[in-house]
Design a protein around this ligand. Sequence first.
Ligand code: MSP
Length: 720
Amino acid sequence: MTFYVTTPIYYANSLPHLGHLYTMIVADTIARSKRQKGIETFFLTGTDEHGINIERAAERNNRSPKEQADYVVSYFTKMTAAFGLDTAHGGYDIFMRTTEPFHYEGVSELWRRFANAKTPKGHDAIYKGHYEGWFCAACAGYKTEDEYAKPANPNEPPTCLVHETKLDRISEESYFFRLSDYDEVLLALYESRPDFVRPEARRNEVKSFVAGGLQDLSVSRLRSSVSWGVPVPDDPKHTMYVWFEALSNYITAIGFGNEQQERAIGFEKFWPALHLVGKDILRFHAVFWPAFLIAGGVELPRGIFAHGMWLDPNGRKMSKTLGNTVELDVLNRYFSIDAIRYFCLREMVFGQDGRFGYEGLIDRTNSDLASGLGNLSSRTLTMIQRYCDGRIPSGNISEAALLPAKRAGVDTDATTISGFVEHARDEFIRYFEEFAFSRALEEAWAIVARVDKMISDAKPWDLAKEATQQQTLNAVLYRAAESLRWLCVLLYPVMPNATREIYEQVGLPGELSATDPTKLTWGELQEGSQIGEVKPLFPRIDKAKTMEEIRSQKSEVRDQKSETRPSGRVQSETRPSGRVQSETRASGRVPLSGQHTTEAEAVPGAEGVVNYIDITDFAKVDLRVGEVRSAERIPKADKLLLMTVDIGEEKPRQILAGIAQHYQPEKLIGRKIVVVANLKPRKLRGYESQGMLLAASVGEEGRPVIATFTEDVPNGARLK
Ligand code: MSP
């Protein structure tokens, strides 16, 4: 059995940042967990080196495009080594570069197949035409009217909504890929393979995008306008569209269309892949890429998982201009690789946006790692050192010793703890396979907490004072050490260094990277074996001092003071300023912050006016977690969206919301929102609204920003 996992290949126009590091950490974790189970795994990352944005970056830096790419790649490889993600550290298997000759060969082969292919509707897959439209160099994407902002001055070009940079006007001969013929086949694909695009909310987005109709895609540029690219076979006047060429890296890297790579790695052996991508580039992967592969007669990927974006602690997009980016060199200097990996996987619910701040990272390191796992390990091993002469004691309690053990309140039945650990292991694996890393880690930490409690309740330091309790003491320490062994095996893919260290300290032989957690058997920890040297694992970080140092390097995110951890709390998604309020009705704001306001009243605090309500008033409002199932515009009502929202009841509720000018309905599908569930139903424009959703009102114009969650929450959960 084999497995193939990929990250996107990163543009070689700028240096790597947290977003890049994150996907590599996730891919690396998945790869390690597959390898642990004996599955031969191939992990690809790399750089996307062609196109106009690389050409321009090279120009700005006075380099040739290849020199520009080499420069960025050298930084990337330094970074991957520093974070233990390269081949030498058991990480990626290939750092793919699209300037490699084998890539040219493979991608040309795919193009040739295209040139002869028919669409599912029987037309030529490729045709020559004329492209007229706008193009964003930074996205390397063609932009339709709803994807750019019109300029104030009609003589200026529009700007990209993502990058806020000016678009290029293109008017030239181009090859087109007849994407419009692939809608039905793609919809059938999403239907027949529900796991093809994950998470589900993203799958729904992709489905509605395709269902809305696809336009043919320009897949070449004239060499005279973009020369830095792969020439179109048999028509060198054209270079291939960079996304077509970049996506193809996933197959050319392992040998599609070139013998040398096929021999070294094996397309036949490893394809199809699981693609991990950021949600911003999902459409390219979930729509264009499968269509290209169908045209080329190539098997489709195993699946595509789109993760969310890292935002700053205040929920803002990270950007150089705001000065709120997380610098990799700062991370590298102040934090251990494992702490960063743990934080990334624990803090971001995979698939949703997450918040990253140095303070949060320090807090998690101190609480979960130093006081949690690290402390459990050192207290267990120190006691084994002290009370058992550094040897793993026996876990058995003989008949004669049962009574004293009971007297000490220690469970004489070892299966209580082993059953707990086994169950947590099963849950851990189940969540892991669903890529619910955060949930999986919660399971592992449930083991940490349970074993910690077992030790604190048993008080080994008291047991050690009574000769009759030697077996009880031994059993408690054996159970703790055995749990540690299990934790090491489970957590190895997430924290390869720390778990190896603990493993060694427990005195365990063998390679964690090849120990299958599904095959763990309780009791295999050898009685009598010598433990290793006990060393502290996760030193506590002095928060004030470290933050001061980081700040003084000017690399700190702004507003750290107000940093909050997204622990299931309601947060306004983009801008946390502004009050949380109702958006469905002009009047009747819902008091969420404990301060009652009506339309006529002043903003609480602004003039010292605070009208308190008491908790019973607040409890009258039944707030529930809802998931948007459908959303559509209402004819002749500019502002209103008609939605159905699942709040855990038998049938979804129909809710109207005045957000149509700010949200595209299809983008809401799958979103978790907050619903006032006990509001008297009322009719708007002939439709009954059976509740109302909450949103912050931002800025002068009261732009609604829907309240949402950054962690997984079940539909119908009550907010209180
Ligand atoms: N070159 C293309 C990908 C081609 S794949 C065939 C590209 N490169 S990129 O360098 O711009 O971005 C790569 C990835 O970084 C994307 O998956 C994107 O989502 C991710 N991230 C960029 N900023 C991010 C965050 N703030 N948080 C998480 N990931 C982010 O697109």
